[in-house]
Design a protein around this ligand. Structure first.
Ligand SMILES: [Zn+2]
Length: 135
């Protein structure tokens, strides 16, 4: 019998925005030589180790634009570069760090530079939503 779980590996959305998570990177960098034991220690189980990292791809904020250079040609055949505005592309600007020992996840939103400890409901069908916001 196969047990079907509604728990996702990581939140399917972040504050209502869809997140597409990449593969877990298990590579250990040289961070352990630079960081202190306190910085590397897991808040939940206390293991001192470098976490696995997965980057998430998010759509840019609604309506955000970026510019690109496009070569255009005048009616007389002369080429010139023109700057044009195009919709911004999705960005890898959020990442999850998973403890290798207890599996605890901490997500860092690089847009706001905030870190969040994930809780059980963050893995559910509604994704992660701000729990301290009152509507
Ligand atoms: Zn841990």
């Amino acid at each position: 019998m196969k047990i079907v779980s509604s728990r996702h590996d990581l939140p399917i959305s972040w504050d209502g925005e869809k997140v597409v998570w990449g593969e877990w990177s298990e590579v250990r960098s040289s961070l352990a030589y630079h960081a202190t034991a306190e910085e590397l220690a897991c808040d939940k189980c206390g293991s001192v180790d470098e976490s696995m990292i997965a980057w998430g791809l998010r759509d840019p904020p609604a309506g955000s634009m970026t510019t690109r250079i496009r070569t255009k040609t005048t009616r007389s055949g002369k080429k010139y570069d023109a700057v044009e505005e195009v919709p911004a592309q999705p960005l890898r600007d959020i990442y999850a760090a998973r403890c290798r020992h207890c599996g605890h996840d901490v997500v860092t939103d690089t847009r706001t530079d905030e870190r969040w400890d994930l809780e059980a409901e963050d893995y559910g069908p509604g994704g992660s939503t701000p729990s301290d916001t009152l509507f």
